[in-house]
Ligand binder design. Structure first.
Ligand SMILES: CC(C)(COP(=O)(O)OP(=O)(O)OC[C@H]1O[C@@H](n2cnc3c(N)ncnc32)[C@H](O)[C@@H]1OP(=O)(O)O)[C@@H](O)C(=O)NCCC(=O)NCCS
Length: 150
């Protein structure tokens, strides 16, 4: 994800969430990406159709945001973004990944279940509309990128 992608990213974000991130959140994450934040877009025919923002810090990965353009859902875009993120977490020595998902967000809960995420806790009234969030967690196997060359 680059600064010039933000118009399209924000269009997807506003459609996807009742309480969307402000564009300054994305800008902040893009600025800090050299440290530990990762921001990626997925494209089909060079059109941005989804994105993911996550970080890896002290052995923990955190999925901060993931969304797919409504016109391109159910085509495996989120699966692609999430599996790519998990691969990066494992390469960066992350051994577990956390995220929050709305208790009523069936598509996202199904997605994470498919990837083996398990409920780790509940944050009551986490979202502005009063919806609870489930904290989900998944073990990640550390994949040492040097291993194959040693
Ligand atoms: C959740 C979201 C990212 C899924 O994106 P997507 O590209 O449509 O997902 P995929 O096509 O990769 O589907 C992966 C799996 O997610 C689940 N899933 C996706 N949409 C679903 C739906 N409408 N109902 C039930 N399960 C669904 C399924 O398990 C699916 O696997 P399958 O196709 O083999 O059945 C998308 O619906 C979205 O952007 N929602 C709004 C934003 C959001 O809620 N983000 C998550 C915040 S925690």
């Amino acid at each position: 994800m680059e600064q010039e992608d933000l118009d399209k990213v924000m269009a997807i974000e506003r459609e996807a969430f009742p309480d969307p991130w402000h564009v300054s959140f994305f800008k902040r994450e893009l600025r800090s990406r050299k440290k530990h934040t990762h921001c990626y877009v997925a494209r089909i025919d060079n059109i941005i159709v989804g994105y993911i923002v996550f970080y890896v810090f002290c052995g923990e990965g955190h999925i901060m945001n993931i969304a797919v353009d409504a016109e391109y859902r159910r085509q495996g875009v989120a699966k692609y973004l999430l599996s790519s993120a998990l691969e990066i977490v494992s390469k960066e020595a992350g051994n577990e990944v956390f995220l929050e998902v709305g208790a009523n967000n069936t598509p996202a809960k199904q997605l994470y279940r498919q990837f083996g995420f398990k409920v780790y806790g509940i944050r009551k009234k986490y979202y502005r509309n009063g919806e609870d969030a489930f904290v989900l967690r998944k073990d990640v196997e550390y994949e040492n990128s040097q291993r194959s060359t040693n």
